[in-house]
Each structure stands twice: as C-alpha cells, then as structure tokens.
Design a protein around this ligand. Structure first.
Ligand SMILES: Nc1ncnc2c1ncn2[C@@H]1O[C@H](COP(=O)(O)OP(=O)(O)OP(=O)(O)O)[C@@H](O)[C@H]1O
Ligand SMILES: [Mg+2]
Length: 289
C-alpha cells in the first residue's frame, strides 16, 4: 500500500509518544542528527539483530524490513527463533532475565531499544496475540475495555467495545452476552476476543504468534479471514507452522532456519514458488524441518 505524507507524519507523531524522557534530544525528530534516518514505508526494521539467552544464541544478525499494512509471515522449524524475533519487536524479551539483545530495531523512526523508550507505551502501539487464547477471567465487555480503562479512555467506552468486537468479527456472536464470562466462549471466539482486546488500544502493529494453531479448521479459517481484513488498517506479523496458511494470508514471508538465521525474506509468492535458497525449498517442501 502506498503511503502519503500525511500518514507518515501521523506515524512520527504517534511514535513520539513512546519517548518518555527528554523528547527534545534526538530520537524521532532528529532524523538528520542521529543517523539521518528518513521516513519509510516499512513500519519495523531490524538491523543486525542478535539475541542471546545466556550462552545460547537464538537470533543471528537478523536484518529485515516489515512493510506497513501488509501481512508478514515468519516460518521455520521449531526453535529457530521466530517467537524470539516477534518478542523483540515490542520488547517482550525484556521480561526474560537471561535475554540479551544486540543490534537495532526500529519502529517507525524510533529505535525501540533506546533507553528513553517506554516499553508499556510501545506495547500499546504494537499489540500481541498468543498461541493460546488468554482472555482475562472477566466479562467479554471488560476484556475489551480493559486497556482503554487503564489509559483513562472511558469516554464512549460502549462504542469502542462494539467497534473492536465488530473489527474482530465477533460482535454478532456476543452482542447479547457482553456481561457473560469470556472464559465460557469457545477457543476460536476467545482468540477473536483477544484480537478485539488488542485492537481496542488502537495499535499500529499486531504481532501474532501461531494464533490459530490451537483452533479447529473452521475457527482457523475465521481467524485467517480476519487477519486479511485487519491488514487494511494494521501491519500484521504472524508466526505460523502452517505453510498453506502463510501462503494464503501473507504478502511477505521470512524463513528462519536452525540457529536463528534469517535465510530468506521476500514476497510470499517468490518464497513458495521460486525461492533463492535450496534450504528454503527443502524446508517448504517438507524435506527437513
Ligand atoms: N526464555 C528463554 N530462556 C532460554 N532460552 C530460550 C528462551 N526462549 C527461547 N529460548 C531458546 O531460544 C531458541 C529460539 O526459541 P524460540 O521460542 O524463539 O523458537 P521458535 O522458532 O518460536 O520455536 P517454536 O516454533 O517451537 O515456537 C530456542 O533454542 C529456545 O530454546
Ligand atoms: Mg515460537
């Protein structure tokens, strides 16, 4: 999707809010003074990203650019670092004591590992959905309203909850039971509720770590339709073990292989039809992995 200047400007303004201290010194608005970074169509960029858990290296010098308002899939065998990469984007790895990160990771113009970036504010801009749906033991309404209440955004809460549930393609199924416990929903409904909860905070990016792997084929297909729909307004990064799913719903695919190496990153059609590396072809065709 092409970007116009106004959306780029809006992105800078929103990214500004991530800086908690001394916003005047460098960072977002100092594109000439700190590395000459220019506005771009990619929303997230990693440069030579290394991640270690103690002595184990989980990612090796990963560089890639994730395009705005597209679906980017991360595929590769178990343990190759897909979840690790996803967790770097919104600094969830900060919560892992032994994790150490080298290299750069940009969200818009902001290096998210600068000391003045507030990880909580970052996670509001970059939401996350996990493999197993994790609704809070609260009502459907309270789950979706949760983040907005924390932010003090209680005006028009009903409208915001309705809008998010509609956006997550769940409204019709739950509109008459908003006060019922979220834990009574089916797994597929719970996952869409978690997506509604994530988008209620109005993020720019949605990170999804195998969001459909615990669901049956019908629920999976609903989540896939939803992801394609969401990509009109959000940048989606999805980890999946399901090759057909990656091929169906993503625009770009990153292939990680054992040892945390990003072997190939390209348009999804190219990855699945004419990959550059034999190792990628072998993985995709099931010869190893
Ligand atoms: N919290 C942690 N502490 C120590 N090592 C970890 C931690 N999390 C991940 N690792 C290690 O980092 C490597 C990459 O793990 P990661 O979970 O990112 O892989 P993955 O590609 O998501 O795998 P899967 O497909 O099984 O989910 C693995 O060797 C794993 O054991
Ligand atoms: Mg994983």
């Amino acid at each position: 999707m092409s970007q116009n200047n106004s959306s780029t400007t809006a992105e800078h303004r929103e990214s500004d809010q991530l800086i908690t201290t001394d916003p005047g010194r460098g960072g977002l608005d100092d594109r000439d003074g700190h590395g000459g970074r220019q506005p771009r169509e990619c929303v997230i960029e990693s440069k030579d990203l290394d991640v270690f858990y103690g002595d184990t290296q989980a990612l090796q010098s990963v560089s890639l650019e994730i395009p705005k308002n597209r679906v980017t899939a991360m595929i590769g065998p178990s343990g190759c670092g897909k979840s690790t990469f996803l967790r770097c984007i919104n600094r969830m790895n900060d919560l892992v004591d032994v994790a150490r990160i080298d290299g750069d990771l940009y969200f818009g113009e902001t290096n998210v590992y600068e000391s003045d970036v507030d990880p909580v504010a970052l996670r509001r801009r970059i939401g996350m959905v996990f493999q197993h749906p994790n609704p809070f033991p609260k009502s459907i309404y309270d789950n979706v309203a949760y983040g907005l209440r924390i932010q003090g955004k209680t005006e028009s809460l009903d409208e915001a909850v309705e809008r998010s549930l509609k956006r997550a393609a769940l409204w019709d199924e739950v509109k008459d039971q908003l006060d019922a416990s979220a834990l009574n929903l089916s797994g597929g409904q719970q996952q869409r509720l978690c997506i509604a909860r994530a988008i209620a905070a109005d993020p720019q990016v949605l990170l999804m770590d195998e969001p459909a792997s615990a669901l049956d084929p019908i629920a999976t297909s609903k989540i896939e339709d939803l992801i394609e729909e969401l990509a009109q307004d959000y940048t989606v990064v999805i980890v999946t073990h399901n090759m057909q799913q990656a091929a169906r719903i993503s625009d770009k695919t990153a292939v990680f292989l054992t040892g945390g190496e990003l072997v190939e990153f390209d348009d999804t059609n190219t990855i699945f039809e004419d990959p550059e590396h034999d190792r990628v072809e072998d993985y995709i065709t099931g010869k190893f992995g």
